[in-house]
Design a protein around this ligand. Structure first.
Ligand code: ADP
Ligand code: MG
Ligand code: MG
Length: 875
């Protein structure tokens, strides 16, 4: 038997998303649940892949299965496709596995021909021509790729001529005129009459959906959302129901709970006498769903019932589309709704309290990366109170954004690449082509569109702040200016601020403040902590970083880079003195200036971490990074040191390296200049003794960087131990401290068992380890990594996501060997990967004790670690 490429809704279910796409699988499930879903069938994603495999050709096999199923659908509905006597019209809808809002194409009202329109017109003339003008426009746009603007401008023209604003105000005669003029456009563009063959209409529409999978905006969306191109899209072929038959008809979009705040209340919009995307297109301003309760309480209650039923069935907030035809409700789509991070947490916590889901299920529902938007600054409330809004729109996606205005998505990308990081995109409305530009902006402001407009939906899913439908401002995209509601003009050199939580727009720059973990967020994070096994530390170099990290729940510092402490103005000169010293005495004298500063830093750091472990890495970068480059500075240094300009210059020249990344850095510096090692140890130990005398119980962990050979480690460790013992003895104190190493050189991995006999802990420096394993520099790889990803040579950037097959194997090897050498060895990671969810899961699996990441990613890592533990239990 040949392969089955077509499934009726009644043959599928919600678990068949891979084959039937998300929309199709859920239409099937709703059909099975007995919800009022118009009948239909699904052409599978496998058919899409076959279409591409065969070079963009729909095989006769698939076409025949579609035609046979159409006959089945005719039986099911008791109507015939494009039969004027007993008319069945169809919609052709795309449906990928993962929902891709606005990316794919839909064609409605298939089967309309001059003949069927004439028959329809005898019953409801206005409806007949309204449907036909829609069909010609959609089919021409989506299937024939005739610019949509050609049709839109005719509509605008007719409206202007009639002096009306809304489609609904157009008369039947106007609609007839539109149909005629649309046909002319078609003929002019295609050199043929608009297709009257219903089968051709159907098959061409199916092919167009397949083609839309590969259009540039869809490809960009997939790249940004890591959706593989092999997934393909399914096509749903469904009986049409009509929201445009009159004032007892309508169409709308709802969420079972508020997608911005999470509030447990039906939320959404609808329009009477409308079809398809009218609600999201922003042509007419839709009504809030509450008004349906007054307009048609029966339908409202039924809709609410379906929403609640689907929500408890899918155990998640639902995003639904519906149409009302002559007072009858039809559900056209449901899916787990996209939501802001705020809403995600509130919904998860509420659903646990409602006993709809367990804590474990709640934890699995929130994507760790999504927390990112809660961890970033919001407006400084005081500054915000002083600012006066210059306009306001819909609070479409929460957060705060300040930046210079940019009027097009392409320009946003350009300006961003040129280094302008604070931009706010201002558009009449956005479209799928704008995705990349939306991504680089701090926020998005649109003049048109509702809560479910493209800008709003995409912004929420990207975690970007958005104010939509701000009709108080006038935007001239082409002339690059906007005018606020008080008449003030702004150009692309001006700042604007938008508040996605209130919808307010401000004509100035407003300061922002750090976020904090409280409310549902805090409850949720506490649950995460109950389930995770990995400990979460932060990479923090300063007391300020440490404080933020502690606030976000860090359980220690996994990496304190001491070199950052040397760069501050008052310290760099002491450091430079040390570097250009001619004698040991000079060097020690310079180091003695640095010692008290370092000690103070460490004390503050320990205090901020309130007794949690603190790992301090000894000096790591090559010394040339610290020396002056400009002549006046060099002269000043010479004077200070009592040396000649030439002498200093020579020392600096000697520091030059061809490849500093692989040069005199890490423990190599601490070996050449063991005084530095001794000074840093002294500062670390003295600081610990001092805070412990104030009642804390700090156990400093001294970390030696860039070890590749156990003898390097032993050499440095000896200096550390002898210095530390002396300090402890002199202070007559009792202090426990640890000495360990970074694992960041492949040779350290291979000899990890030997190193572990000397080292009490390993911390994987996965940035350097990735660099050294791949053999390219992390500072330069950016130039070609993009080509690698575009050509699918790498799936992702190995500096962002741990390369589990290569670098990950090395980590595993070092873990095993490390435990061989010292069963009690403490294992952690302090590279960037420590805050990336899929890498965190990997580190959990290989049995590390902790991950350490930047303070802002601590909550992300906490959740990712909990999810890793839950997945292990089969969640
Ligand atoms: P998208 O994936 O872009 O949301 P859909 O396939 O959901 O596209 O179609 C867009 C809109 O078209 C729907 O929200 C609905 O209003 C309308 N539509 C789709 N199928 C039908 C149908 N069978 N009857 C009536 N309207 C439909
Ligand atoms: Mg849509
Ligand atoms: Mg839809």
């Amino acid at each position: 038997m040949s392969q089955k490429y077509v499934y009726f809704f009644s043959e599928g279910n919600a678990n068949m998303k891979e084959l039937l796409g998300g929309k199709g699988a859920n239409l099937a499930e709703m059909t099975n649940l007995g919800l009022p879903v118009p009948n239909g069938f699904i052409v599978t994603t496998e058919a899409c892949n076959k279409y591409y495999d065969e070079g963009g050709v729909l095989s006769t096999e698939i076409e025949e299965q579609i035609v046979t199923s159409l006959a089945g659908l005719e039986k099911l509905t008791g109507k015939n496709y494009a039969d004027p006597e007993n008319l069945l019209l169809l919609s052709v809808r795309s449906g990928a596995r993962a929902s891709m809002p606005g990316m794919m194409n839909t064609v409605l009202n298939l089967g309309l021909t001059d003949e069927t329109v004439a028959a329809l017109a005898q019953k409801n003339e206005r409806f007949a021509y309204d449907s036909q003008r829609r069909f010609i426009q959609m089919f021409s746009d989506v299937v024939m790729e005739i610019p949509n603007q050609l049709f839109e401008s005719v509509i605008d023209e007719v409206k202007e001529h009639r002096n009306v604003k809304l489609d609904t105000e157009l008369t039947t005669e106007d609609l007839k005129e539109l149909v005629d003029r649309f046909k002319e456009i078609y003929k002019k563009e295609k050199g043929a009459d608009f297709p009257q063959d219903p089968r051709y209409q159907l098959i061409e529409s199916v092919k167009a959906v397949f083609r839309s999978w590969d259009k540039p905006s869809a490809v960009t969306y997939r790249r940004l959302n890591e959706i593989p191109s092999e997934w393909g899209t399914a096509v749903n072929i469904q009986e049409m129901v009509f929201g445009n038959m009159g004032n007892d008809c309508g169409t709308g979009v709802i969420f079972s709970r508020n997608p911005a705040s999470g509030e447990n209340k039906l939320y959404g919009e609808f329009l009477m006498n409308a079809q398809g995307e009218d609600v999201v297109a922003g042509v007419r301003t839709p009504n809030p769903i509450d008004e349906l309760r007054k307009l048609n309480p029966g339908v409202y209650v039924e809709l609410l019932g379906h929403a609640k039923r689907l929500e408890s069935y899918f155990k998640d907030m639902q995003d639904m589309e519906f149409t009302i035809e002559k007072g009858h409700l039809f559900v056209l789509q449901t899916r787990n709704g996209k939501r802001t991070a705020d809403a995600a947490l509130r919904i998860a916590v509420d659903m646990v309290n409602e006993k709809m889901i367990t804590r474990e299920e709640a934890l699995m529902k929130v994507e760790p990366k999504q927390l990112d938007m809660l961890l970033h600054p919001n407006f400084d409330q005081k500054k915000l109170a002083e600012a006066k809004p210059v306009a306001s729109g819909l609070a479409a996606s929460p957060g705060a954004a300040t930046g210079k205005i940019v009027f097009s998505a392409e320009e946003a990308v350009e300006r961003f690449n040129q280094g302008e990081k604070d931009l706010v995109l201002v558009r009449l409305e956005t479209s799928p082509e704008d995705i990349e530009g939306m991504h680089v902006c701090n926020g998005i402001l649109t003049a048109r569109g509702g809560m479910t407009s493209h800008a709003a939906v995409v912004a929420r899913s990207m975690g970007t702040c958005c104010v939509a439908g701000c009709d108080g401002i006038t935007i001239r995209e082409d002339d690059k200016y906007l005018i606020d509601s008080h008449g003030k003009k702004y150009t692309e050199d001006d700042y604007i601020s938008i508040d996605g939580t209130t919808g307010n727009v401000y004509g100035e720059k407003i300061a922002t403040v750090e976020a904090e973990v409280s409310g549902a967020f805090a409850t949720f994070m506490n649950w995460a902590d109950e389930f995770r096994r990995l400990r979460i530390r932060a990479n923090a170099d300063t007391p300020t970083d440490a404080k933020i990290a502690y606030g976000f729940g860090a359980e220690g510092i996994g990496l304190c880079r001491t070199e950052h402490m040397f760069f501050e103005a008052d310290r760099i000169s002491a450091m430079r003195e040390m570097i250009v010293s001619k004698t040991l005495e000079q060097r020690i004298k310079a180091l003695e200036k640095i010692l008290p500063m370092q000690k103070e830093d460490f004390e503050e750091l320990y205090k901020e971490m309130k007794g949690y472990p603190v790992t301090i890495r000894l000096l790591d970068p090559p010394l040339h990074e610290f020396v002056p480059r400009e002549e006046p500075e060099i002269r000043a240094l010479a004077k200070e040191m009592g040396l000649s300009f030439e002498e200093i210059n020579e020392t600096i020249d000697n520091l030059h390296e061809y490849n500093p990344m692989m040069g005199h850095r890490g423990c190599r510096v601490g070996i050449t200049y063991s005084e530095i090692t001794a000074m840093q140890t002294k500062a670390i130990i003295e600081a610990a003794i001092s805070v412990n005398r104030q009642g804390m119980r700090v156990v400093p962990e001294i970390m030696i960087p860039l070890v590749g050979e156990v003898n390097e480690f032993k050499f440095v460790k000896e200096i550390i131990v002898s210095t530390a013992e002396q300090v402890i003895e002199e202070a007559d104190a009792d202090l426990h401290y640890m000495v360990g190493t970074m694992i960041e050189i492949p040779r350290a991995v291979v000899t990890a068992d030997v190193i572990a006999r000397e080292a009490e802990f390993f911390s994987f420096g996965t940035n350097d380890l990735t660099q050294m394993t791949f053999g390219f520099s992390r500072d330069d790889a950016g130039k070609f990594l993009r080509d690698y990803m575009d050509n699918k040579i790498y799936e992702s950037d190995p500096f962002v996501k741990l390369d589990q097959t290569g670098v990950g194997e090395l980590v595993k090897m070092a873990v095993n060997k490390g435990k061989e050498g010292r069963p009690t060895i403490k294992l952690g990671v302090c590279g960037e990967h420590g805050g990336e969810p899929s890498s965190v899961e990997f580190f959990h699996k290989v049995g590390l004790d902790y991950v350490s990441c930047s303070p802002f990613r601590v909550p992300i890592a906490r959740l990712a670690a909990a999810q890793a533990a839950l997945k292990e239990q089969g969640m």
